[in-house]
Design a protein around this ligand. Structure first.
Ligand code: SF4
Length: 241
């Protein structure tokens, strides 16, 4: 069954918080993200988490969105993603220097840019600018937006982008993906899914943070799905191409 309320629920919360934050402003600086830009999680280690209002979700994505349940939907996490976006849009040089500093301090060799949400064209350009400053760090992630895939794909050697699809992705989008030869990730929600042979990585669906155990393990599955000792930093499949 397709559930659309997960995405809508978070989107509503995001809109209310953004309104509150903007109304509380004396100046734009109040919205500047002064704490860490980077967020921490057990799988990818570090990531940049963006708001979901930039997403173009498919019906299955919006019904099963991993950024729409659990701690990532807590008020402070959403506010942080909104401030991150606002800072990138309005204080670009500050944002660039700050992120370069955080990545350097943590000695990161890779960073996931889509820990939550999807990129706007503005934030994608920002990631490109940071990647140009740090050629030895790989910036990787997933998108469901043709415009973002076009911006990132073949842009810099240290930028990696994978297009996320599922059984509700439209034929028009699939045709665009195949015409551009983009790597793809599959959101696996049903044993009836007809998964393309050339899929690069599959993610078995979670509901409210719990793996749907009715889904069998596929050879293309992310190894961290069923083994929480696996980390992206050691696996590297999603950015080692
Ligand atoms: S396949 Fe590897 S790199 Fe990709 S998300 Fe899973 S653990 Fe991380």
């Amino acid at each position: 069954m397709i559930e659309t309320n997960l995405f809508k629920r978070r989107l509503t919360k995001e809109k209310v918080l953004l309104k509150e934050m903007l109304e509380g402003l004396d100046s734009l600086d109040t919205m500047k993200l002064r704490t860490n830009f980077l967020s921490n999680n057990s799988k990818t280690d570090w990531s940049l988490n963006f708001p979901i209002h930039n997403c173009y979700p498919t019906p299955l994505c919006s019904g099963n969105c991993y950024a729409c349940s659990g701690p990532i939907t807590f008020k402070n996490s959403i506010k942080k993603s909104l401030k991150l976006e606002h800072t990138i849009e309005n204080h670009q040089e500050y944002a660039l220097l700050k992120l370069v500093d955080e990545i350097t301090r943590h000695k990161l060799t890779n960073l996931r840019y889509s820990g939550g949400g999807d990129l706007s064209e503005n934030s994608a350009s920002f990631i490109l600018a940071v990647a140009a400053r740090l050629p030895n760090v790989i910036f990787w992630g997933f998108t469901r937006k043709i415009s973002i895939a076009k911006l990132l794909h073949n842009s810099l050697p240290n930028i990696k982008a994978i297009f996320s699809i599922d059984s509700s992705t439209t034929e028009k989008t699939l045709n665009e993906i195949y015409a551009n030869n983009w790597k793809t990730a599959w959101l696996y929600t049903s044993q009836d899914d007809e998964i393309p042979d050339d899929i690069y990585i599959t993610f078995a669906n979670h509901k409210n943070g719990r793996l749907d155990n009715t889904l069998p393990t596929l050879t293309s599955e992310c190894p961290a799905i069923r083994n929480h000792d696996v980390k992206c930093d050691s696996c590297r499949h999603c950015f080692n191409f």
